[in-house]
Design a binder for this molecule. Structure first.
Ligand code: EPZ
Length: 433
């Protein structure tokens, strides 16, 4: 298994190009199942999770063609490096998403809604728990049942059938669910009549999916609000859609600049997607400026502790909670970090402590007391965002940090060592064979 070695302590200075958003790209790929015509996605990130989703879709019969971003395209000119992917689901060969693929990546569950809508039937493995919480799918299933799907869960699989097709319904989610909103959207676009979804997730990734579905001929309104209206159509056609820039990658590298008291220009990022994060950074004493060159994030010593509470968008994202904790471990004074989305997302705490961070967890909150310095050590990555928080802390720590089990990172951060290395980080991957 690969590990990453960091020699920390130096301020990071330079430019980083932000890639397409993993969590937008994955549901967009699943949306290809809804039409027999090609769906072309521009600005696709190159990540392990995207490869896993491609494999899953291929076994459903979807053709997946990839090419590098064409020179001269608007995205290439904006500095993006992603690929273009065309997915063609002319014929669905199998309605089964096997355990082996779904257990590796929960986002595989996104095929459920589109398969039922297109084929009237789906058999998708239950994803099971994961490192950050139990992560149920009950709301996905209840919403699909409300549209008329008959669902049985047997032998670890969700069997869904719609003998008479899907019909629009009025649905209220008891709690905001990003994946549940996406699955429901992809089913409701081909249902008969109107669907109203209340307490829908408002994450920008939902907006990207709705934009894609509308470009394919769907009728979705209310995007960006908590209430979505969907008028079903009988079929969808092909489209070409750009994946939004990754706001979590953006926030992660903004924190890299802050934690090393350096200066990084984030290129190709969207400023408007990170209001809560930039507000917290400014409150901590970090400078964040939107310029023609990109978003410039710079910090000097004297950062102060700032409390954050993770919340659904537009609140502070849970996917930046671990990185924020690493930053707060280096700020002056104490801060409280409260996690409200997942029940077990403090797995990075014992590892950050190994680097000298002073963190105490009390239920859903962690108290962080900033230290003058962190010190390098060997640590273990547990999930994607926990892994990157250790990379960030390692950049700030004096001496050598060795982050083990870094395969999690490759699921969500494209060419991380290269991007940080270009800003002066001393970081290298050690291949574990
Ligand atoms: C998405 O997960 C993201 N994944 C996560 O990113 C992100 O942390 C999360 O949204 C919250 O922003 C993708 O987009 C692929 P939820 P998702 O349904 O859709 C509970 C990363 O690091 N819940 O909004 O699975 C659930 O357990 C990842 O990139 C139910 O109880 O999140 C959680 O506590 C990690 N029943 C809460 O709701 C359900 O049916 C929110 O989950 C569905 C969810």
């Amino acid at each position: 298994m690969d590990s990453i070695r960091i020699l920390g302590g130096a301020p990071l200075r330079g430019d980083i190009v932000i890639g397409g958003a993993k969590n937008a790209a994955l549901p967009l790929m699943a949306a290809a199942i809804l039409s027999s015509e090609p769906l072309t996605l521009v600005n696709m990130p190159e990540l392990a999770d995207i490869a896993t989703m491609s494999n899953l879709l291929r076994q459903h019969g979807v053709r997946v063609d990839q090419s590098a971003l064409g020179a001269g395209s608007a995205y290439a000119e904006a500095g993006a490096t992603g690929r273009t992917m065309t997915l063609t689901a002319e014929r669905i060969a199998s309605v089964t998403a096997p355990y082996d693929l779904v257990r590796r990546m929960r986002a595989s569950f996104f095929v459920l809604g589109p398969l039922i809508a297109r084929c009237g039937e789906a058999k998708v493995s239950l994803p099971g728990g994961c490192a950050i919480g139990t992560r149920g799918v009950d709301m996905h299933l209840k919403a699909l049942e409300a549209l008329g799907a008959k669902i049985e869960v047997t032998a670890g699989y969700v069997h869904a059938k719609t003998p008479t097709g899907l019909t629009g319904a009025h649905i209220t989610f008891p709690k905001v669910t990003v994946g549940g909103t996406e699955n429901l959207l992809m089913a409701a676009v081909l249902a008969k009549g109107d669907t109203v979804l209340e307490n829908a997730a408002r994450e920008p990734e939902i907006g990207n999916l709705a934009e894609c579905l509308n470009a394919m001929g769907a009728k979705i309104t209310g995007v960006g609000s908590g209430t979505l209206h969907i008028t079903g159509v009988t079929s969808l056609h092909g489209a070409r859609v750009a994946v939004i820039p990754d706001r979590i990658e953006t926030g992660t590298y903004a924190i890299a600049a802050a934690i090393t008291r350096g200066r990084i220009v984030l290129k190709g990022a969207r400023y408007d997607l990170l209001d809560a994060v930039f507000a917290a950074l400014r409150q901590a004493g970090v400078t964040v400026d939107q310029t023609e060159d990109g978003i410039v994030v710079a910090a000097e010593n004297g950062l102060v502790g700032v409390d954050v509470v993770t919340e659904p968008y537009p609140g502070f994202p849970t996917d930046l909670q671990a990185q924020w904790m690493a930053l707060m471990a280096t700020a002056d004074g104490a801060s409280m970090i409260t996690e409200t989305i997942f029940e077990n997302r403090f797995m990075h705490v014992p590892e950050l402590r190994r680097l000298g961070a002073d963190v105490n967890v009390h239920g859903a909150s962690a108290i962080v007391r900033g230290r003058k310095k962190l010190t390098g050590a060997a640590v273990m990555a547990t999930d994607l965002r926990a892994s990157v928080s250790l990379i960030l802390a390692g950049q700030a720590a004096e001496g050598e940090t060795l982050v083990n089990r870094v395969y999690h990172l490759d699921r969500g951060y494209e060419r991380l060592e290269e991007k940080l290395g270009a800003c002066g980080a001393q970081i290298e991957r050690i291949s574990g064979g």
